[in-house]
Structures are given as C-alpha cells and as structure tokens.
Ligand binder design. Structure first.
Ligand code: COA
Ligand code: AMP
Length: 638
C-alpha cells in the first residue's frame, strides 16, 4: 500500500485521525468477511467502543484456509526450530490447514463449542500454535498461559476463565532442565477446585506424563481419530482470546480481544509497521504465553500470509550467542522481533558481533525491539553488528499491537536512539499532567490514548467490564490510561520512560512487585515487606525484597529468606527471577506510613537516592544501605 515516500507518515496519520471510519473501513478490505460490518465504529455504549459490529468472519480461515485457496498452499506457513530438542519441523499452509481442521475436530469431540473457553498451558511447540488456531476455527476462546508460571498462577486463570478443556504437554524444555508440565497442571486444577476438567495432553518424547484415566486424553490419539472441522462463522465482536496480564493486585487481568478488529489491525500492522509482504519470513523470538507471541508468532504473520518461525531455544547457550543468526540464515528470516534483554545477553557473550559474521544474513532487513525501553547502547550494539535498521517500538498486552513506532511500511523516519518514534496511525497518544492537560514537549506525563482506541485493542476485561472502566478509563475521561510515563521531544518523537505503577519488566516479562509483596507478607514470620525492581545489566530489572520480621520469631533469618525465595518461585513462578531478599529492622516510610520504594530502588541502583521531605525518620537509611550492600547492591555495572 505505502509508497514509503517523505510525508507519507503524516498523510496516513492524518487520514486515520480525521476519518477513522473511512480509514479502517478501507483497511478492513484486507480481511475476508462472511458478512460485512454494519458499522465500522460502534459508539453506542461510550466509553466502550466496538469495531465492525454486524460483521461476520472466521479468524482461522483468514490465517490459514484463505491462503490455501489463494495459491499459497505449498508455501511454508510455520517453521519450528528447536535447538533444545534438536528438531526442525516445517509446515506448508496446506499442511497447517489439515492439522488445524483435525485438531479442531478433536476439540469438538471433547465438547468444545463456539463461545467456550479453552486454556492452553504449553511449551513452544507447533501443536500449541495449531491449538490456538483450532480454537479460533471453532469460535472457542483460548487463553494461553505462559509455561514459566507456577501452579497457583495457572489456577487463578482457570478459576477466572472456567475452561471447558485444558490443553497441555508432558513437558517443556529449558537449557539444562526439563520442566514437567503435567504435575503443575494437576496441582492447578486441584487448587482451582475443578479437578475433573478434561485435559488434552501432548506426550513429548523427552518426558512422558501419567494420564488420569477417564479425564486426560492423549493428544495424538484424539487427533488421529477426529474428523476435520470447518471454520465456524463468528461475529466480529465475539471474543477470540483472553490473555492474562499482571495488574497491581495479585489477581491477573483478563484482557479480551475480539475477532474482527483484531484481524483487521494485526494484518495491517504487518504491512504498515513491520513492512512485510505475503511470502516474507517473520520471526518473533518470544513465547506464545506473551502477547508478542499471540500477535507476532501466530496471528499477524499468518493473517499476512508470511512464514512464521516458532523457536524453542534461547538467544545464548543454545548452543551459543550465534543462535539467532543461525536461525535467520537457515530459514531466510527477513524481520526479527525480540526484547532488548536478548541483545544484552548476546552482547555479553559476543561483544564484537563476531558470530553474526559467520552466517548468511543477506535476507535480513530489519530488527524490532519492544517489551522494555531500549537504551541507546542497546540500539547501537544491535545496529552495529547487524547493519540494518533497529526499531524500538512501544505497546502493551492490552493494546495487542504497536502504538508508538517507526512505521517501516509507511515511511522510514530517521531513527533516534532512545525514542520509540511517533504514534502509529490510528492511535492518538498524549502525555497528560495530573489534571488531564497535555504536557508541553520535553516534559514527562502520563501516557494516555484517546478513545476510541483503534481496532485490535482490548475492549474489556473478561467478565469484568467495571474493572476495565476503573483501571483504564476512569483516570482521564475520554482516554485509556496506559500505566506508563512518556515524553515527546521538540520533533514530536516519543520516549517511554517508566511505569507509574508497581509493574516491573524482568527480561521483558511483565510482573507486579505488589503481587510479590503479598506473597512475602503471607509468610508467618513476616510483619511487612517491600519489593522493588532494581537495574540489572541483562534483564533490565530484577526484583529484590526487604522484610521486617514479627517479634519473637525463632527461625533464623537465612532460613526465612530461603523460604521467601522459594515461595515466590512456587506461587508466582521461576520467571519472576526473585532471588534476593534481606531482613531489616524497619522500612523507610513517609510520615503517613507509605513505604518509600522509590528511595530503596534508587539506593540499590547507586544513583542519587530520591528521599522525599515527607520521610518519617531518615536515620533508617544507613540500615537500608547496609542491607542493600549485603545483597551486593549497588552493582558495579548498574
Ligand atoms: N517454563 C518454565 N520455566 C521457565 C520458562 C518456561 N517456559 N521460561 C523461563 N523459565 C524459567 C527459567 O528457566 C528461569 O529459571 P531459573 O531461575 O531456574 O534459571 C526463569 O524462568 C527466568 O527465565 P528467563 O527470564 O528466560 O531468564 P534466563 O536467565 O533463563 O534467560 C534471557 C535470560 C535474556 C536469555 C531470556 O529472558 C530471553 O531470551 N529473553 C528474550 C526474549 C523474550 O523472552 N521476550 C519476552 C517478551 S518479547
Ligand atoms: P507487556 O504488557 O508485557 O507487553 O508489557 C508492556 C509494558 O512494557 C509497557 O507498559 C511498558 O512499561 C513496557 N514497554 C514495552 N515496550 C516498551 C518500549 N519500547 N519502551 C519502553 N517500555 C516498553
């Protein structure tokens, strides 16, 4: 569509802003509809907007079947590359269609119908992607849960989503260890109080699971005996999936995405933001448990008729820091999307980029980074070793696709390291002050998106519309509150600086320190605790904890700290990377009793500590310094 010419960004941005109905109506032509929409934007229930109401389609059909019908049947749809299991498997669009239809048949045989929910708790294997598509084929609503979450977290999602069936695998593979998924699943179903929920279990050769007779169904057997299921027509406004994300409480928020707006926006983002065409090879090095996996391992590339790479491995250690370049060269990757943390890990092992030179990267065009802020050093290293544009762009689980980016398919704007460039057409983004007025350029404000947000963004929280309104829409009427702080420079380039809540980003994974504090506080020896995200050279941030013990506790401090680390791992998950906690006599607080987490964080980061005038008693600070030193903070590299 785009001519990439100068001024094209401004033109496209203005078109989307001035006449969104027309703009998105035209973009929607990129999707095959069973029945066209009645209204592009349905604003009859402000502030809740719906897209393409009256329209009927099937997302799986648009991802798979239509490409077969349009002559792409023999093109690769998906390449599974797993250095951890030593296997590569390739699937054409025709093969993917056949597999998806049979998997949908197997789900239907287990009673899954349009509108039912299905939890998918699986490692990065092709069957997990097929399962997502199979749900979409039936009009069922999937909810994928990241494998690095512990059983109690999975249980919370089961309680909220009330799945008709759960799909899982016997194990996931990580460097040096095999994670048995099935015992975690069994425990989660017990905790959730629904131990009889039917489960479809993929037996991986690395570790077989014990199946519960009468409840668990063997994946391969079920698929072998199933007959293919056709695509079920669904309303554009029907839910496609729920993805749970960390909020400021221990209860995860079920972000809901629709079918119609999602398909329209995701396909368009592949051309407008990522500059891909059908037939290109696109790789999002993430996990299907995260939104990046949903949008850019599964739906975006397939809606656009690209080949998607499904990678079960790490950027380093599988077997070395050249792993990404091996995959790019072997499969002809044109575009890679990952988190800056992956590049920091690669840089540590291969500071001069020697490994990339061993591979044929001639087809590689562009690198996109998101999930956390890319500092100019991250960008300089990546563009230095790759010699292609490196694009930092910003979005969130709730949005589903980028809101601030250099739109490479519209116009290549000059890259400013440290900035995420400009709002993507369709998004109107402002940095607001406390009273809701846009801050002047150069001043940091609360990043807010004007309603209606474009198609593809969340339209509610699962069975919790009031929670949606309260969390996101009530702070500034007429806007969605992102939870991030941002700033525009004098050229209108945006930078996203930090969260305004207790969310931290650990290796690109979004976690709540408040939730970790709740876990610490639940320990019988703990009176109170604080968790803050401190700077980490590889992961960006890692959580550390400080606890005050109840008086008269007999257990040793070392023993308690060990138990606290284990509690966070067992209740939240290994992914939290919570390894450091220390006992203190008291926490720094304001006179009104609020724990000064920012003070602790800045002290740990070794920068000028932010100590407010309202501190209750600053004589506590030397003790905090000593406690941080005991944990090894501030770190040399920070
Ligand atoms: N199942 C079970 N456990 C998992 C898991 C899974 N699917 N994924 C990660 N974990 C565990 C890890 O084994 C690790 O446990 P450990 O404490 O026993 O070592 C812990 O969770 C943290 O994992 P991770 O965040 O992956 O850290 P790491 O130190 O193993 O690797 C990086 C660091 C930077 C290499 C890695 O985070 C990475 O590749 N990140 C870049 C891409 C990315 O994932 N982005 C996500 C959003 S785009
Ligand atoms: P998630 O919902 O897990 O995708 O995490 C979204 C959060 O990650 C955002 O709210 C930001 O805090 C952060 N984030 C994502 N991308 C960027 C970026 N490019 N720059 C700064 N922060 C980012």
């Amino acid at each position: 569509m785009a001519d990439h010419g100068t001024g094209n960004y401004e033109k496209t941005y203005a078109a989307a802003k001035n006449d969104p109905e027309r703009f998105w109506g035209e973009v929607a032509e990129g999707i095959d509809w069973i029945k066209r929409w009645d209204r592009v934007i349905d604003d009859s229930r402000k502030p809740f907007y719906r897209w393409f109401s009256g329209g009927v389609l099937n997302t799986c059909y648009n991802c798979v079947d239509r490409h077969v019908e349009n002559g792409r049947g023999d093109q690769l749809a998906m390449v599974f590359d797993s250095p951890l299991s030593g296997t590569t498997r390739k699937f054409t669009y025709r093969e993917l269609q056949d597999l998806t239809a049979r998997h949908a048949g197997a789900l239907r045989d287990m009673g899954v119908d349009k509108g039912d929910t299905v939890i998918i708790y699986m490692p990065m294997v092709p069957e997990a992607i097929v399962a997502m598509l199979a749900c979409a084929r039936l009009g069922a609503v999937h909810s994928v849960v990241f494998g690095g979450f512990a059983a109690p977290e999975l249980a919370k999602r089961i309680v909220d989503a009330r799945p008709r069936v759960v799909l899982s695998a016997s194990c996931g593979l990580l460097p040096g260890r095999t994670v048995a998924y099935k015992p975690l699943l069994d425990e989660a179903l017990e905790i959730a109080g629904v131990p009889d929920t039917p489960c479809l279990v993929l037996q991986r050769p690395e570790l077989k699971a014990d199946l519960v007779a009468g409840r668990d169904v063997d994946w391969d057997e079920a698929v072998a005996r199933a007959s293919p299921a056709d695509c079920v027509p669904v309303a554009a406004t029907d839910p496609l999936y729920i993805i749970y994300t960390s909020g400021t409480t221990g209860k995860p928020k079920g972000v809901v995405r629709d079918n119609g707006g999602h398909a329209v926006a995701l396909r368009w983002s592949m051309e407008a933001v990522y500059d891909t065409q059908p037939g290109d090879v696109y790789w999002a090095a993430s996990d299907i448990g995260w939104v990046v996996g949903h949008s850019y391992i599964v739906y975006g590339p397939l809606l656009q008729g690209c080949t998607t790479i499904v990678y079960e491995g790490k950027p380093v250690g599988t077997p070395d820091a050249g792993a990404f370049w091996r995959v790019c060269a072997e499969h002809g990757v044109n575009t890679l999307f990952t988190a800056p943390t992956a590049f920091r890990a690669i840089k540590k092992e291969d500071p001069n980029g020697e490994l990339v030179r061993q591979y044929d990267m001639s087809r590689f065009r562009c690198l996109f980074l998101a999930g956390e802020r890319s500092v100019p050093d991250d960008i300089a290293y990546a563009s230095g070793i790759l010699g292609v544009p490196v694009i930092d762009h910003w979005w969130q689980t709730e949005m589903g696709w980028p809101g601030l980016s250099n739109c490479m398919g519209i116009e290549h704007l000059p890259v400013k390291p440290g900035s995420v460039t400009k709002p993507v057409p369709g998004y109107v983004i402002e940095m607001l002050d406390e009273s809701g007025h846009p801050r002047p350029n150069g001043e940091v404000g609360n990043l807010a998106i004007k309603l209606p947000m474009p198609p593809g963004t969340l339209y509610t929280l699962w069975h919790n519309e009031e929670g949606y309104r309260e969390t996101y829409l009530s702070r500034y009427p007429g806007y969605y509150l992102s939870g991030d702080a941002g700033v525009y420079d004098t050229d209108g380039y945006a930078s996203v600086m930090a969260r305004i809540d207790d969310i931290i980003n650990v290796a690109g994974h979004r976690l709540s320190t408040g939730q970790m504090e709740q876990i610490l506080a639940a320990h019988p020896a703990v009176a109170e605790g604080a968790v803050v995200g401190v700077a980490d050279a590889i992961k960006g941030q890692v959580p550390i904890g400080m606890v005050v013990l109840k008086s008269g506790v007999a257990e040793s401090e070392a023993e308690i700290c060990k138990e606290l680390v284990a509690s966070v791992r067992n209740q939240l998950g290994a992914v939290a990377a919570f390894k450091d906690v220390v006992v203190v006599q008291r926490l720094p607080k304001t006179r009104s009793g609020k724990v000064l987490r920012v003070t602790i964080r800045t002290m740990a980061d070794g920068v000028e500590p932010k100590v407010p005038a309202t501190i209750e008693d600053d004589s506590v600070l030397p003790e905090i310094t000593a406690a941080l030193q005991a944990l090894g903070y501030p770190r040399q590299a920070a």
